[in-house]
Design a protein around this ligand. Structure first.
Ligand SMILES: *[C@@H]1O[C@H](CO)[C@@H](O)[C@H](O)[C@H]1NC(C)=O
Ligand SMILES: *[C@@H]1O[C@H](CO)[C@@H](O)[C@H](O)[C@H]1NC(C)=O
Ligand SMILES: *[C@@H]1O[C@H](CO)[C@@H](O)[C@H](O)[C@H]1NC(C)=O
Ligand SMILES: *[C@@H]1O[C@H](CO)[C@@H](O)[C@H](O)[C@H]1NC(C)=O
Ligand SMILES: *[C@@H]1O[C@H](CO)[C@@H](O)[C@H](O)[C@H]1NC(C)=O
Ligand SMILES: *[C@@H]1O[C@H](CO)[C@@H](O)[C@H](O)[C@H]1NC(C)=O
Ligand SMILES: *[C@@H]1O[C@H](CO)[C@@H](O)[C@H](O)[C@H]1NC(C)=O
Ligand SMILES: *[C@@H]1O[C@H](CO)[C@@H](O)[C@H](O)[C@H]1NC(C)=O
Ligand SMILES: *[C@@H]1O[C@H](CO)[C@@H](O)[C@H](O)[C@H]1NC(C)=O
Length: 743
């Protein structure tokens, strides 16, 4: 084992780095925990509480859609997903958004949110629910609001309250979670304000050539008769809800497709929505005519589904060094081991791969949107419970029961996947063979109890997170399970990453329970992944036996899926029988106080500039002329983007075009645009550069352009930090078409 990918957690390497850091500096983690930064939350005026007042016309719904920026500070904060310690934010590829959909049937209301982030976390959800409570009273609650993440691996981390995730993202970072909370709340607020009578249509189709199973060996361990029922080892379906007003004008669309947004690999440092974010971008740009990205009322969301074992790197894994195929069973290479095995494609680099997969998803969605005819009618329902996932008794068959386990991660968790990759051969032997590391590990991480070891069989335990509670629990015990229904569609909110077959089993179970009631005949069940709280992976019992990365990351043991099947069946049955409001709430999850959380991310240092320059000054100028298809690039003396504070709905860069007739410059691109890349490069001694690239699309208008950059720098004056805004501007340049190409 050696690699680090991983959605999400942290690598063995990372724990070791933390331990090393603690060891070398002699600082105890207890002290570090005191370093939590102070967050002064915005005080918002409570708005009057809106009840579900306006009754929609018969057989229709009240529908609201909203989108809001949730990008966060694009410097220094670790990106959430690959758990690669040096993959910290260094700029912005394109902005991240939270997208919210509200449906009201005249008496009940449900909300589904998907944000361009790695996953929803329990902390994030609790903070969002608190803010909603202040604004709307009991209108938006834990039972009728689902929060999910697209699972982009290029969003920011730092919004978790359990120790393992805090370690992998430099702690709990107020400046990182705050924009996500605000963005989600604002998207719900916008959806709330846009509520109007509307119609909802379901459209389903299949998308080929955009996903591949990355653990086929695990999948093959599922029973043959079960596998035979499916034509592929990943789910190809795209499920879409189309929202229109009563005139049939489109308000928005919400789609689910099962694929990891890991087209951008772990070498990327720019915050990015990856393939799913790009699909949203394309759809919204098409519908919001003449709007800059992130503007316009049409909302197109692409949410995650049963993507646990699904990669977008469809050329498959091969050995980086020799070009051979990786070993089928353990994804390792003859030379260099597992670290040399990586998945690629379909593009020649990660940007092209992101573009191709994003475009494929968008095109399929556009087709489904055009064909959407099946109108949803009826009412909405929401069922939610908190469950102690360490303590679920699973009925295996008529005579036998089994139990879920205290959370633990197996050895292969540290091996990562073919979407990740690392640069160290980190093996357990190497750790255990070293008396120093062994000592620190035992002191810090503890030795798993026999009970936990037995419970997780055949998983060899690496991180015994369920028995590690210092300084705070390493993994959650209390987990959300939740189902929303809108007419004949059920959305199953899964608190983690379900594999293809796990998703299929859950879908079937929920469908069966709902359809047992006449009111729910012909229900379409949608698996929504990465919802509400992150608990890593959920494999089938059979896949778990193989203990590849996904099985090793199924933290509540071999019967995790069995427990969820039982729990979601319970929710579905309650909805079918109309008693979802009577379900026991279950044990409430903890909300650790800020003083218990810790941050390992120091405040940004004072910004410095090279001698005889000023902030915003151009260090590398644009060329005077570019042809479409080329890349205009300019480098500025920059400040740390974190010193710009909340750049929500703002931009670090503009590309502006000169209009001769009015002698005015108008903005054609911002940092939310796909065509632009804002690279923030941190140098030594507080110096940094901002390089702005404009990848001039073939469709760009010819003419005169300039690029501007906006930032802030920090100085200390009389012991006080002073933040000053600066601006930079490139020379004007011309964009032309190639010879023989009329403009
Ligand atoms: C992977 O499996 C192959 C056999 O299929 C074996 O030769 C190789 O040693 C294994 N590699 C690792 C790193 O376990
Ligand atoms: C990593 O492990 C593989 C397989 O055991 C081995 O071939 C390779 O040399 C190792 N690499 C390093 C850097 O130790
Ligand atoms: C990541 O993508 C870049 C190109 O965009 C490529 O050079 C690099 O090899 C990729 N790395 C891996 C591990 O896929
Ligand atoms: C969850 O269940 C375990 C096992 O019964 C128990 O020890 C633990 O206290 C429970 N956790 C919570 C938060 O109730
Ligand atoms: C129930 O499951 C247990 C454990 O897998 C098995 O030993 C037993 O034979 C099963 N019983 C029935 C009736 O299927
Ligand atoms: C755990 O299991 C080992 C091996 O079976 C045994 O030697 C040891 O006594 C057990 N520990 C406890 C606390 O029961
Ligand atoms: C900065 O400007 C001053 C005055 O023009 C000059 O003497 C000095 O050499 C310059 N320093 C550098 C590093 O260019
Ligand atoms: C722009 O306007 C100026 C004067 O208003 C004129 O001289 C020039 O030819 C114009 N250029 C173009 C490209 O239209
Ligand atoms: C900034 O750009 C200049 C000019 O290309 C280069 O000399 C310098 O090393 C860069 N500094 C950083 C921090 O990258």
């Amino acid at each position: 084992m050696a690699r680090k990918e991983v959605c999400c957690g942290l690598s063995a390497l990372e724990v070791v780095l933390i331990v090393l850091f603690v060891g070398m500096t002699g600082v105890s983690v207890g002290l570090i925990s005191v370093m939590a930064t102070v967050w002064i939350s915005e005080t918002t005026q409570p708005e009057p509480t809106f009840g579900p007042t306006q009754a929609p016309p018969e057989n229709h719904f009240l529908v609201g859609v909203g989108r809001a920026d949730c990008t966060g500070p694009v410097g220094d904060v670790p990106l959430m997903g690959y758990a690669t310690p040096d993959q910290t934010a260094g700029g912005l590829h394109f902005r991240l958004y939270s997208r919210a959909f509200i449906v009201d049937d005249g008496s009940k209301r449900v909300v589904f949110v998907t944000a361009d982030i790695g996953m929803a976390s329990q902390r994030l959800r609790l903070e969002v629910l608190k803010a909603l409570q202040v604004k709307y009273g009991d209108l938006y609650r834990q039972d009728n609001v689902v929060l999910s993440g697209t699972h982009t691996h290029s969003g920011l981390g730092g919004y978790f309250q359990y120790t393992l995730f805090m370690i992998s993202s430099k702690g709990y970072i107020k400046s990182s979670i705050q924009p996500i909370v605000n963005g989600i709340v604002k998207s719900i607020e916008k959806a709330h304000k846009s509520l109007r009578p509307g119609r909802i249509f379901l459209s389903r189709g299949e998308l080929e050539d955009s996903s591949l199973n990355r653990s086929p060996h695990s999948y093959m361990n599922n029973p043959e008769e079960e596998r035979r029922r499916y034509k592929s080892n990943t789910d190809k379906q795209v499920s879409m809800l189309k929202f229109t007003d009563m005139d049939g004008d489109g308000m928005g669309t919400l789609s689910w497709f099962a694929v990891h947004p890991v087209s951008m690999n772990y070498t990327n440092r720019m915050v990015s929505g990856d393939n799913m974010g790009y699909a949203s971008y394309l759809f919204e740009q098409e519908k919001n005519i003449n709007a800059l990205p992130g503007e316009g009322s049409f909302v197109a969301a692409f949410a995650s589904s049963n993507l646990g074992d699904v990669t977008p790197n469809i050329m498959g894994p091969y050995c980086l060094n020799t070009g051979e195929k990786c070993d089928y069973l353990n994804s390792s290479c003859p030379i260099g081991g597992t670290r040399m095995c990586a998945g690629f494609g379909p593009g020649s680099d990660m940007f092209e791969s992101t573009r191709i997969i994003g475009e494929n998803i968008y095109k399929k969605a556009k087709e489904l949107y055009g064909n959407a005819k099946q109108e949803l009618r009826g009412s909405v329902h929401a069922a939610h419970q908190w469950v102690n996932m360490t303590d679920v008794t699973v009925q295996i068959n008529s005579t036998h029961t089994a139990k879920t386990c205290k959370p633990a991660l197996g050895l292969s968790f540290a091996a990562g996947t073919t979407d990740g990759g690392g640069d160290l051969n980190f093996t357990q032997g190497a750790v255990e063979g070293d008396p120093f590391w062994e000592g620190v590990r035992d002191a810090l991480l503890g030795v798993p109890s026999n009970e936990t070891q037995d419970c997780h069989e055949p998983k060899p335990i690496f991180f015994n997170t369920g028995e590690m509670n210092w300084p705070l629990p390493w993994h959650p015990q209390i987990v959300d399970v939740q189902i929303l229904t809108i007419g004949s569609v059920a959305i199953v909110a899964i608190p983690g990453e379900v594999t293809t077959m796990s998703g299929r089993r859950l879908r079937e179970a929920v469908k069966q329970e709902l359809e047992a009631n006449a009111g729910f005949s012909n229900t379409d069940v949608i698996i929504a992944g990465l919802c509400n709280i992150y608990t890593h992976y959920i494999t089938t019992y059979e896949e778990y036996q193989i203990q590849r990365y996904e099985g090793a990351s199924t933290i509540y043991g071999p019967h995790t899926l069995g427990a969820y099947l039982q729990l979601f069946r319970g929710l579905a049955k309650a909805i079918a029988e109309g008693r979802e409001s009577k379900l026991p709430k279950g044990p409430e999850p903890p909300f650790f106080s800020d003083s218990q959380l810790f941050s390992l991310l120091p405040a940004p240092p004072v910004d410095r500039k090279p001698a005889n320059t000023s902030f915003g000054e151009v260090l590398e100028q644009v060329y005077p002329v570019y042809k479409v298809g080329e890349v205009a690039s300019v480098t500025f003396v920059a400040g740390n983007p974190r010193n710009s504070g909340d750049m929500t709905d703002n931009t670090f860069i503009t590309v502006e075009r000169f209009h001769n007739s009015s002698s005015k410059w108008t903005i054609v691109h911002t940092d939310a645009s796909w065509e632009t890349r804002f690279h923030w490069v941190k140098g030594s001694g507080g110096q940094s550069n901002a390089t702005v690239e404009w990848h001039i699309a073939p469709s760009a208008q010819t003419g005169t352009y300039r690029i501007r950059h906006f930032g802030h720098y920090k100085q200390i004056k009389i012991f006080k930090p002073i933040i000053t805004a600066y601006e930079g501007m490139s020379d004007a340049f011309k964009v032309t078409r190639a010879m023989g190409y009329w403009s």
